[in-house]
Design a binder for this molecule. Structure first.
Ligand code: PMV
Length: 348
């Protein structure tokens, strides 16, 4: 069934685009900003774009609109009493609008996530990339994907990776204007069609927003510099493990990266702690399965949920093992395509 996320009817004379943008899960994580406004990272990262989970978004510009609006999951999102849209979303719209000559028009954005918002499943990655891509398309701008990715990054760092399919790297870059901090496809989905299982431990909003968690970590964790050095140093090995489809190597790298990121965050003051006892139990489960010859590994983002990646051949076994646990909600997907126009037929 096609989801109906347009809770307000679109205007017949609007310039509009409907898009779907997937979320992505980092194997090598972005944790630390060297520029808060541009969302420039202290370290490079590598992710897998998820096929089925993301944001269905309509971006609509009209001369009669009197302000920008964002309707997220059927509810108006307003940043202040003046009912302004979140500043990061406005930055994306402005970056697109400034490329179009003539009178600027306000936008109405209607977006719906087909997975829990704010539970560490990077809803900002899919949401912000959908808005960047949708706004450019609605205004008929023929921007290259790398440009749209750069615009999306200002909304949320991880959003710059969702534009692309399969395995995606986002480089740290050195320049202050961010022009060399770009995302690109490392290898397409078909190269290694890994399966992903997301064990949703808790659907509630997370305790620390990722930006706050990152800043607290950068400012107060004694391990921050070692985390960054280790994350940067491992990128080459990550690339190689992916290109060679070396599952054992990718498992070790991903789990080490995840634990180091969280250990560094936990050592902040006050502690940035995303895990609960279930998270730990699930991490152990992945290790136990792997010890028994099942090709599966875990990673955890800024929340308690655990993401399992496995070879397609092990998917039935992993599903069986995880679905015995009644205290989690299990979502499953695989590596997939990046941001794209939404074709209703695809989902019927
Ligand atoms: O882009 P943000 O602000 O949603 O931060 C993403 C942070 C992690 O998901 C934990 C890591 C990553 O690289 O996606």
């Amino acid at each position: 069934m096609t989801p109906n996320w347009e809770v307000e009817k679109v205007d017949a004379d609007s310039r509009l685009a409907r898009v779907f943008s997937p979320s992505n899960i980092a194997l090598s994580k972005y944790w630390g900003k060297r520029d808060l406004t541009l969302n420039l990272p202290t370290n490079g990262s590598i992710s897998v774009t998820l096929k089925d989970f993301g944001s269905f978004t309509t971006v609509e510009f009209h001369e009669n609109f009197s302000k920008d609006r964002l309707i997220l999951n059927g509810k108006e999102e307003s940043h202040s009493e003046l009912a302004l849209i979140p500043p990061k979303v406005k930055s994306i719209l402005d970056a697109v609008r400034e490329r179009v000559p003539g009178k600027k028009q306000y936008a109405r954005i209607q977006s719906w996530n087909n997975f829990p918002t704010g539970a560490g499943l990077a809803s900002s990655a899919s949401g912000m990339s959908a808005i960047a891509y949708g706004a450019a398309k609605a205004l008929n701008l023929n921007l290259p994907p790398v440009k749209i990715s750069e615009i999306a990054r200002v909304g949320s760092g991880s959003a710059c990776r969702s534009i692309f399919a399969g395995f995606v790297e986002w480089t740290r870059g050195e320049f202050a204007d961010g022009s060399d901090s770009i995302a690109y496809q490392l290898s397409p989905t078909e190269h290694w069609p890994l399966k992903a299982f997301i064990a949703v431990v808790k659907d509630e909003k997370k305790e620390h927003l990722s930006t706050d968690g990152m800043e607290l970590t950068r400012k107060t964790s004694p391990f921050f510099d070692s985390w960054i050095a280790s994350a940067q140093q491992h990128l080459k090995e990550f690339r190689q493990a992916i290109l060679e489809r070396d599952f054992q190597k990718l498992s070790e790298l991903t789990e080490t990266n995840c634990v180091r990121m969280h250990a560094c965050a936990m050592a902040s003051n006050p502690s940035v702690l995303y895990w609960n006892s279930k998270t730990l139990e699930l991490m152990q489960k992945a290790r136990e399965l792997r010890k028994n010859g099942v090709p599966v590994f875990f990673t955890v983002d800024a929340g308690p949920n655990v993401v399992f990646f496995c070879e397609a051949s092990a998917a039935t076994r992993v599903r069986k093992e995880l679905s015995q646990d009644m205290s989690i909600r299990l979502l499953s997907t695989e590596a997939g395509e990046g941001t794209r126009p939404f074709d209703a037929k695809e989902w019927l």
